[in-house]
Write a protein that binds this ligand. Structure first.
Ligand code: ADP
Ligand code: MG
Ligand code: ZN
Length: 508
């Protein structure tokens, strides 16, 4: 008996079997019920979200002997032949291998004939963005004056590559990614139909790996079943994926919190020895840090979709950081995501990213010294070569910017995250200037300025203006030379810790 891939075996044959895509399904069904059949439809979305599936069901709904109906009967010969892919009047064309204008001419000729049997002659054109400009032009004429019995259905993962002249003449349907919950439900259901016992953790990993695509989740389920048979645990899935487990990430998080560079390199060495893919490892680490943020931010447990043991591990790891520390670590790691993805030496890129993240707790303390205690304090700790200079923030001195960021984070976690991830910040009299690497963070913070100034006024006990800029176009005042930036001890710190020198608050 040949094995049929789960994705194929469980391809929905009716609209009501489609997961997600409610808007698309409702729109299509309404238009059929109201006898408003379009002559050109476009389905766009990432791979494996149902574009081809929806197009085929629509073809059946339009051509079904009992139709046009909101659902195909799936019993008549038309429905059955479309399902099998042998209906003469429903043609699927893969644009990736069908780009010549000659083929389109041929297509145009074909459309002049009446359908062989069905109500409509339907062309499902997959990977439509691959069509040449000449092909689009030929198609455009057909779409502008469609023969009454012809329906085009375009499917594409890259709608932005479809010419605007076409886009304005088709009924557009944006198929969304499938949510984690929906994917988990689908995986669970299919496993059940297959008589496979699968634990919750395993379902979650499989669904998460699908990244919004049902097809990807199901192909992974295929692999896992091939590997472990009819009883599947999270550990099985982890093995198949070469995936690192929660404990491994909790250990990494601990090491980051402790600033243990040696420990981090050792853990990564083990990962390399067990043949782990560093890109995946980094991506999973980001996922883990996100869980830490959710836990620390008080998100409901249901959002985490973790097993009880994992949840305890995640909680313990989250407890090693303050909330703003977590935001900052997450921010640092996130910035390196692209670097890791593109890196030729992925292991090195991951090592550097984690070492940088691990440097951060100490960097924070330097900041606290700078903004709370002044330079003398820093000098003495630097001279004493203390690996972790003690933060000093006496009650008599003014609150540090860090306190302000903490307060913002409590009220507006997202904005707090941006502030914590700022490239630099300094207070200059009644102004606080934040500089960001990217425009997006800068704009987001700018938009929240009113609220931020209110919080700042409470924290500092006096009116404060918040100014925001990006590193390319430094805000007013930033250009002012600061002797501190050239201070050799600070330079040494910067070199060793890899951080940024921030402006101290001048103590009176
Ligand atoms: N929305 C969905 N609901 C249920 N199953 C889906 C859905 N999208 C995709 N699938 C599954 O993935 C397989 C591939 O789907 P397909 O429609 O070809 O994806 P696309 O054309 O978007 O790449 C289907 O056979 C089905 O098993
Ligand atoms: Mg497809
Ligand atoms: Zn039918």
């Amino acid at each position: 008996m040949s094995y049929q891939a789960l994705a194929r075996k469980y391809r929905p044959q009716s609209f009501h079997d489609i997961v997600g895509q409610e808007t698309t399904v409702r729109t299509l069904q309404n238009s059929i019920e109201q006898h408003r059949i379009h002559h050109a439809y476009l389905f766009s979305g990432v791979r494996g979200v149902g574009k081809t599936t929806v197009a085929r069901i629509l073809a059946k709904a339009l051509n079904c002997v009992k139709g046009p109906a909101a659902e195909p009967c799936n019993e008549c010969s038309v429905c059955r032949e479309i399902t099998e892919g042998i209906d003469l009047d429903v043609r699927e064309i893969d644009a990736a291998t069908y780009t010549g204008v000659d083929n389109v001419r041929e297509l145009r000729d074909v459309t002049q004939f009446q359908p062989a049997r069905d109500r409509y002659r339907i062309f499902i054109i997959d990977e439509a963005h691959m069509l040449s400009a000449a092909s689009w032009n030929a198609l455009l004429k057909l779409i502008e004056e469609p023969p009454p019995h012809v329906v085009f259905m375009f499917a594409t993962t890259e709608m932005q590559k479809v010419p605007a002249t076409i886009l304005s003449r088709v009924q557009k349907n944006l198929l969304r990614k499938i949510t984690l919950d929906e994917l988990m439900e689908r995986v669970r259901k299919i496993a059940q139909s297959e008589g496979v016992e699968i634990d919750r953790g395993a379902v979650e990993i499989v669904a998460r790996r699908g990244e919004g695509s049902v097809r990807d989740a199901l192909s992974l389920l295929d692999q896992v079943i091939a590997f472990s048979g009819h009883a599947i645990t999270a550990a099985d899935v982890a093995t198949v994926l070469g995936l690192s487990d929660t404990n491994f990430f909790a250990r990494l998080a601990d090491l980051i919190a402790e600033g243990d560079h040696g420990g981090i390199l050792e853990a990564l060495q083990e990962a390399a020895e067990s043949g782990r893919d560093f890109k995946m490892l980094f991506r999973d680490l980001l996922g883990f840090v996100r869980s830490l943020l959710l836990v620390a931010g008080g998100a409901p447990e249901s959002m985490l979709a973790a097993s009880p043991e994992d949840l305890a591990t995640v909680r313990a790891a989250a407890g090693k950081f303050s909330y703003s520390e977590l935001l900052r670590v997450a921010n640092l790691l996130l910035r390196d995501d692209e670097t890791v993805n593109k890196a030729e030496h992925q292991r090195l890129a991951v090592e550097i990213a984690l070492l940088k993240a691990a440097t951060f707790p100490r960097l924070r303390e330097v900041e606290a010294v700078l903004s709370g205690g002044g330079v003398a304090e820093l000098r003495s700790s630097a001279v004493a070569k203390s690996p972790t200079p003690k933060p000093r923030n006496p009650a008599t001195s003014q609150p540090a910017i860090a306190t302000f960021i903490d307060r913002v984070t409590k009220a507006r976690p997202l904005i707090g995250g941006y502030l914590a991830g700022a490239k630099s910040h300094h207070r200059d009299g009644d102004r606080i200037v934040f500089t960001f690497d990217d425009r997006f963070s800068a704009d987001s913070v700018s938009e929240a300025k009113g609220g931020l100034e209110q919080i700042a006024a409470e924290v500092f006990g006096a009116p404060v203006t918040i100014e925001v800029g990006t590193s390319e176009e430094a805000p007013r005042g930033e250009a002012k030379q600061s002797p501190l930036r050239d201070d050799p001890i600070l330079q040494a710190f910067k070199k060793h810790l890899g951080g940024e020198i921030v402006e101290p608050r001048r103590s009176k």
